[in-house]
Design a protein around this ligand. Sequence first.
Ligand SMILES: Cc1cc2nc3c(=O)[nH]c(=O)nc-3n(C[C@H](O)[C@H](O)[C@H](O)COP(=O)(O)O)c2cc1C
Length: 172
Amino acid sequence: MLARRSMSRVTDEAPTREQLLAAIAAAGRVADHSSMRPWRLIELRGDDRERLGRAIHKAEHKRGRSTKPLRAPLLIAVVASVRKSGKVPDWEQEAVASGVAHMLSLALDEQGWGVFWRTGEYTRSKAVAKAHKLAKNERLLGWLYVGGKPVRERETRRKTIDPESFLSAMPR
Ligand SMILES: Cc1cc2nc3c(=O)[nH]c(=O)nc-3n(C[C@H](O)[C@H](O)[C@H](O)COP(=O)(O)O)c2cc1C
């Protein structure tokens, strides 16, 4: 976990479906109040990315299509599927879906893939929701852009945080 870093540039190599399924199985171990499984993932490869590009431009009131989704060979849309519950509020269910995205990023990084979680102002637009055929109770949390790790990696590394400054005692 200390070694994980996001890769904004990746190569055209991508995980196979089998590798992806193994990483998803690991991510599915996320803590989940009442085991509601309030999430699902959508795999975008090839032309799917162009359809997303068109939806992004539609959301931005532009013609044609955005080339942003072409930055990686595989995009994984992370969807929070919030279910009605008297016990588990919406925010807890979104926290589970977010946890899945983080754990999936880690699992793919561990498999040797480059991953970058991206969003944009268009993430929760109608056009983008329609392109993913989201139901009324579903909200996108963005996309994991996944591809091969470049041989010469020039990303600057974020400093490891000072854990002391993130931990305090309970105020009295
Ligand atoms: C929900 C979420 C959405 C993000 N969206 C973007 C984005 O659209 N563009 C971007 O440059 N970074 C975005 N980031 C941040 C990057 O994924 C990444 O964490 C950041 O560049 C720091 O790199 P590091 O993870 O190696 O420390 C997002 C992160 C999260 C958790």
